[in-house]
Design a protein around this ligand. Structure first.
Ligand SMILES: CC(C)(COP(=O)(O)OP(=O)(O)OC[C@H]1O[C@@H](n2cnc3c(N)ncnc32)[C@H](O)[C@@H]1OP(=O)(O)O)[C@@H](O)C(=O)NCCC(=O)NCCS
Length: 333
């Protein structure tokens, strides 16, 4: 007779215990970028809401940013780093494919030998990773997870490209996820649409670059197409995330969308009919769009500026290159 395999099982619920953040060292104002793209400070402010974005020093990489953010989240969580047995880093801008950012970060923050892997879900990466951490802890595959979104997008920007270069910034945001007595992370509404894979994408491959066929690959987008998709399709996803969480927009203490464009954020708020009392994350104004890092960075700032939100419900939604999207309601730490 075949022996029966043991199965793991975990706690019924999880929650986010704490956030950490690291922003690029330099605040880069619009005026520093407008020359090569024939733009203006006024155009960028009006069309995107961005006044400055953060960019890292040449010698700082996504691993450094991720380790700083991760260490802060662990310290604030009160959980010993050695209890973290899962590290997920969402990133699309690590210029060295191997080793993973996550394995190095796990070691640097004191979580060696945690399971560690990177994932690519672009601007939805953090929300994807929160869904994974929640599922893996509840299944018993891990006990405490460190989830990080980390990007050095300035390395994949062409300063002469007016479709996206002025939007992007560098940073990392982190969250520690652990068991909870009560529900703290609602089911994710997530998915993809690869039929639109070219609307936000790198404009070449590393092998094409090696063979001299293309310049250093950078991110490009069809801005208006992404804008329309975000406003129409993502508002539906956000509403679905409220439905699967069993709550109404009026229950939200905070709304933390991917920081892609202030006009998209305003449009979401309108379509979701958010009450005046819901605090909306608007970190894009001074941080720019940091892809996978944008939601945790905005969450970290929201909690620093509004500590009274602790324990309240927040809807977070990420969307971007793939195309991919993920939204879920979480209880703020
Ligand atoms: C990129 C984005 C800011 C452009 O704003 P927009 O309002 O859609 O602008 P459009 O591309 O329609 O262009 C409007 C006008 O501004 C001009 N323009 C475009 N880019 C410009 C720039 N960087 N600076 C100055 N003018 C610019 C266009 O030429 C056009 O001029 P015209 O009216 O004389 O023809 C916006 O589309 C956007 O944020 N898209 C979504 C981004 C996103 O969510 N990405 C997710 C992946 S991270």
């Amino acid at each position: 007779m075949t022996a029966t395999l043991k199965q793991a099982s975990g706690p019924q619920y999880t929650r986010i215990l704490a956030y950490g953040a690291a922003r690029g060292e330099n605040a880069v104002p619009n005026d520093d970028l407008i020359g090569p793209i024939d733009s203006s400070d006024e155009w960028i402010r009006q069309r995107t809401g961005i006044v400055t974005r953060v960019r890292a020093d040449k010698e700082t990489d996504a691993v450094d940013l991720a380790a700083i953010a991760g260490a802060e989240a662990i310290e604030k969580s009160g959980i010993p780093a050695s209890d973290i047995d899962l590290v997920i880093v969402a990133t699309i801008s690590n210029p060295r494919q191997s080793p993973s950012v996550s394995a190095i970060v796990a070691d640097r923050v004191g979580a060696n030998p945690a399971a560690a892997y990177d994932m690519n879900a672009a601007c939805a990466g953090y929300a994807y990773a929160i869904a994974q951490a929640d599922a893996l802890i509840r299944s018993g595959a891990a006990h405490y997870a460190l989830v990080i979104g980390a990007e050095k997008l300035s390395d994949v920007v062409d300063p002469t490209d007016r479709s996206i270069s002025f939007l992007l910034g560098d940073g990392a945001g982190a969250a520690v996820v652990g068991p909870s007595e009560t529900p703290g992370i609602a089911p994710a509404v997530w998915g993809s649409d690869g039929s639109k894979s070219e609307v936000v994408a790198m404009n070449g491959t590393l092998t094409q670059f090696r063979d001299g066929e293309v310049p250093w690959p950078t991110l490009r987008q069809e801005g208006p197409a992404v804008f329309r998709w975000a406003v129409w399709e993502m508002a539906k996803v956000a509403r679905e995330a409220l439905d699967v969480a069993g709550i109404e927009a009026s229950d939200l203490a905070a709304f933390i969308p991917h920081q892609a464009n202030m006009r998209i954020i305003d449009e979401f708020a309108k379509q979701l009919k958010l009450p005046e009392t819901t605090v909306i994350a608007r970190d894009i104004e001074t941080t720019g769009n940091t892809s996978a890092a944008s939601i945790p960075l905005a969450s970290h700032r929201l909690m620093a500026e509004h500590p009274e939100l602790s324990g309240g419900l927040a809807l977070q939604i990420g969307f971007g290159a793939g195309l991919v999207f993920a939204a879920q309601v979480v209880v703020l730490p």
